[in-house]
Each structure stands twice: as C-alpha cells, then as structure tokens.
Ligand binder design. Sequence first.
Ligand code: NAD
Ligand code: WQD
Length: 341
Amino acid sequence: MGKKTVLVSGGAGYIGSHTAVELINAGLNVVVADNLSNSDMSGVEGVRKITGVDVPFINVDCCDKEAFRKVFEQYEFDSVIHFAAFKAVGESVADPMKYYRNNLLSFMNVIELMREYDRHNIVFSSSATVYGEADELPVTEQTPRKPATSSYGNTKQMCEDILRDSVAAYPSLKGIALRYFNPIGAHPSALIGELPRGVPQNLVPFITQTAAGVRECLSVFGDDYDTPDGSCLRDYIDIVDLAKAHVVAIKRMIDGCNKESYEIFNVGTGRAVSVLELVNTFERVNDLKLNYKVAPRRPGDVVAIWADTAHANEELGWRAERSLDDTLRSAWAWEKHVRGL
Ligand code: NAD
Ligand code: WQD
C-alpha cells in the first residue's frame, strides 16, 4: 500500500476501468471510487476478472466531501487519477449546472482532500476539446486554448486552471493533465469496453451498435468539409494505449521524474483519420457492411483536430502502439460480447 497505491476516481467507467487494468499490470495497487452514475459494476468485475485481483471498490459521490473523505481515511494511496466527471457535450449545453456542479466540485474535493491528507500526485482527465477549432494543426501543448463552446469543455479548461494554480500554491502537490483525443476500442479480452447509455453520441459506439442491428443507420455528419474526403478529421486513440499513458504519467510523479510540478501532455496517435476512412476500416477489418448515409453537418463539430505527440513521446517515453485495424476489431468484439452475438 502507500506509495504504490493509486485511487482511481471514476474507475468503473470506460477509461478508468482500462486504466485500472494497466496500473495493476504495472505492479501498482488500485482502489476504485465511483458512484456508478454513468456505469455499473460490470467494469469493476471485468477488471477483477482480467487481473485476478480483488480490486477494492467504494460506491461514493466525489461531490459529497464527507463521504469521499472516508476513502482518504481508509486507504493509504499517494496518487489519484481523477476520471469522475460527466462527459456528454450536448447535455452540458442543455443543463450547464449539472456539469459545473459535478465536474468542478468533484475535482475541487479531490484536491482539498489530497492536501488535507498529504497525498501528492494527481492525473487529471482533460480533453482535446480545450483546443476548440485550432488555428494550426497538429496541436501542441502550447497551442492556445480557444474559448470553450460547451459547458463540458469549459469544465475541462477550468479544472486544468484549478490544477495549475493549486500545484503552484501548494508545494506538496504535483499534477499532470492528459489531454485525450478520441478514445476508442476495448480491451483485447472483450471483458471491458465502452457502455454508452441511450443513443451513443460518439462515432465508434454508434458504428458498432449499427453493425449489431441496435441502430438502423449511421449518419455521417457532413461530407462537404475542406478535408481530403470531405468528412471531419480526428485523432482516434486506442483505449489500452490511452490507459498506459496514465501509468507512465503516475509513475513519473511517484519516481520524482517530472520536470515541472504541473505538466500537460497530448495523448493521441498523431494521425488524422476521417469519418469515412474510419467507417471503411471498420467494414474491412470486421468483414461486414455498415448501413450508413451522409447527413448534414453536426452543429458544434470542429473540422479537424489531431495531436502533435512529440512531448509525450519524448518526455513520457510513451507512444500509441495499437493499429487502427486492431482497435476497430476490439470495438466490434466488445459490442458482440455486450449483445451476446
Ligand atoms: P465514463 O462516464 O465511462 O466514466 C466516468 C465515471 O465517473 C463513470 O463511471 C461515472 O459513474 C463516474 N462519475 C461521474 N461523476 C461522479 C461523481 N461525482 N462521483 C463518483 N463517480 C462519478 O467516461 P470516460 O469516457 O471513462 O471518461 C473519463 C474521463 O475522461 C472523464 O473525465 C471525461 O470527461 C474524460 N474524457 C473522456 C473522453 C472520451 O471521449 N471518452 C475524451 C476526453 C476526456
Ligand atoms: C467524431 C467524428 C462527428 C457520430 C467528442 C467530444 C470531445 C471528446 C471526445 C470528451 C465527428 C462524426 C459522430 C455520428 C458522425 N470527449 N460522427 N456520426 O465530437 O470529436 O469529440 O468526444 O472530452 O470533447 O466533443 O467525437 O465521436 O462524437 O465524433 O459522423 O453518429 O464523427 O461529426 O466528426 P468528437 P465523436
């Protein structure tokens, strides 16, 4: 316990469960705290099955400081990876207070409790959404952030700032913000993966549900953009690769190898993939035909964004390894597992 234990808040969710597996694979102990507001116990059970470790799970709302305090009293972790947040961009525009309350309060509670209980290292789940429609591509960590176009995006910018200021003011605290690009795919075991509630807003779950017959037809939002094939460009990062980035980030702070008390890293592949290319790749590697049509542009979409990953490659010694083919095979294997196909 102690130095080698990591509290994973929001660890029952998509990215948290995959990260828990990789932390355990790397020899670290994991404690998961989650209120299951956007997940269920299948993620934690999957982690236990894959690793053979009976990972402790605490059902707690990180916004409830007194309840959350008990986790700090009970467990001797020195590091926290904070995933707990709401993440639906459209919902955040319709109900901003839901997002400001949950995403900001849970994060502020983590930082305050870390100070109070003398815990030192924190990784925060940030997002490429903080760049908005960038003037230059690919984006580096120095690329200026644009004003957020959703309350969700605003919470990510605000939490980054809260972390920067806290680390500057409280010498015992070290922090890393990881700016994820578009996480996709599932664990190769197909025991854990993404479990969207209701109609998926993200591309890959919509594709896999369409292939499974749960959705009738995928809409490709726009084919008249100024891109090679007219559809939007994104940087799709494999979920296991993304999980491993958290392991190196946390170890960097545990080992005292961080160069600054607060650091930011892009976590992507460095490769731009269009919506149509992704759809075609999914069809090819899984040997199926997808029912899709071109539909109007989706309001709020940026045309293109992908990562310059040099900083993560050089400083963290991390790079994305899994091919898009393998990632899209894993996404389909997971959907089939969920649907019993
Ligand atoms: P997810 O919804 O699968 O996981 C988040 C988990 O946090 C869920 O299990 C949920 O129940 C839990 N949670 C939410 N509020 C909580 C609270 N107050 N107390 C305790 N638990 C709480 O989402 P994910 O895709 O795994 O995302 C994890 C993090 O990464 C989020 O902060 C998200 O904003 C960020 N992120 C996600 C993406 C993406 O595309 N998936 C991209 C960039 C950043
Ligand atoms: C990808 C591409 C769509 C669905 C979002 C958040 C971002 C981050 C990751 C959290 C776009 C197109 C999609 C569909 C489509 N999350 N698409 N048909 O918008 O890049 O990023 O998730 O931080 O903040 O905004 O991801 O998967 O929704 O869309 O054509 O049914 O797929 O237009 O070009 P996005 P996405």
